[in-house]
Each structure stands twice: as structure tokens, then as C-alpha cells.
Design a protein around this ligand. Sequence first.
Ligand code: SF4
Length: 268
Amino acid sequence: MPNLPTKQIDKTIYGPVLSWRFGKSLGIDIIFEISTCSFNCIYCQLGQIQKVTLERKVYVSTEKIIDDLKEFLNQNIEFDVITFSGSGEPTLAENLGEAAAEIKKLCPNKSLQVLTNSTMLLMPEVQENLKIMDRVICKLDAATDKTLRQINRPAEGISLENIVEGIKSFKKSFKGILDIQMMFMPLNLSQIDDLANLLKEIQPANVQLNTPLRPYPMKWQRENRGNHLPEDLVETRQLKVITKQEAEFIEKTLRDKTGLNISSVYRE
Ligand code: SF4
């Protein structure tokens, strides 16, 4: 019998989730209590975000995260990388840097990474929290404020300029790998040229192209953090995705226009 994680519903550690990009990814949920984010993306795997906010605070204690991680590590389950993601935007957590430093002590040989929506990266304290990471994967789905509002539905005060300037500013001092992830839907298909121009300005190490293959859950439950398990299914709505041919066209166009290293969920 393979080793399987014990029930993780009351834990800040989840998975490992099998990721097309990172292999077996152990998730750290530093938001945890309810879904909380500075975006409310129309494709979010958490469903409708319960609290859309820019408030930075401690959402769950570092002590609980470390206790949960120690318990997980005692189960001797294999994983490849550790990823801050979970119930919302990790950079809203004031203790992100502190938790990352403690995790590094326990797992010094595992790559530590963050999936961020890039909205908080202009803040010096967020840049400071992130500098310990081996990889930061920044979301960029829109090339205009109108599309940003349509797809990502941000908290008031967030603009595309904030986001792009935040990524560029953070990249200047960051010693790890900075990647961009892009979610393609019919809504942003016409923006490939403008997105290519933004990528050329940013010069990420890698670009990961995605489309919402997972259905949108109609209500939040903590299990939505990882891969859906059959017993965890809630009512869902299928989203409009791009076709395989469109994905191939986007991948080729972005590669030709930017010369960057591009990977796609459809190809992996
Ligand atoms: S940024 Fe991530 S967590 Fe936040 S709403 Fe979008 S997909 Fe969900």
C-alpha cells in the first residue's frame, strides 16, 4: 500500500498535489480559515472568494503551519517541491517570510516556491518576505485594465500598471527564479500581442500557459485547495476554455515574439 496523507481538512498542509509544472507539490496554506484574496478570478478553483481584500495580517500562525508540517513529515510521504498557495493569496500573510524561514530549516533540500497573483509585489515588506524563496510564480492574465476587471475582478485600487511594475521591481532584487503564469480564456485571446510585449519587458525565466480545465466550484470547501478528490466533489460549473489548437497557436506566437521559455498545460 502506498503511503497516503491522513485527512487534511483541518491542516495548513495539503497534498502532495500532482502538478503538470512542478511534479509532486506539497501545499502550504498560509491563509486557511476562509478563502481570502486580492483577486476574485472568474476561474478560481476555490470558487467565489469569500473575502476580497488588500489587508495584510497574520491569517494563521506560523506555529500551526510548522506543527502541521512536522506531522506530515512524520508520515514519510514523498514530494518534490513545497508551494505556498491554498485558500487565497499568500502575500497577504504578514508571516510569509517567517513561515518560509522555519520551513527551510525543516526541509533544507526542497525547493520553496510561491504562487502569487502579483498584486502586492510593489510593497517592500512583501519583497522582503519573498526573498528567501527559490521560485516565485507571478500571475499575469490581462494586458488591459478592462480585461483585468473582467477576468481577475481585483480589490479596489489595483491596476495593471501596479501589477507589472510590482513584478519588474521585485525581479530586480530577487535572486531566485521568477516565472510568469498566464490563464488563457476566450476573454483574453485577442491580447496575445500585448501580453507578449509585457513579457518582453518583464523577462521571466519561464512562462507557463494554462486554461481553466478544472470546473468552477459553486461553493467553497477547503478540499478545493488541491486536486479534486471524488468524495470531495461539490456542484460545479464548466468554464469556457481555449482549444488545443488555440493553445498551440498562443504558445508558438508568444515564443516567436519573446524568445522566452514557454510551457503549456496542453502539451505537458
Ligand atoms: S489569484 Fe488565485 S486564489 Fe486569488 S482568486 Fe485568482 S485564482 Fe483564486
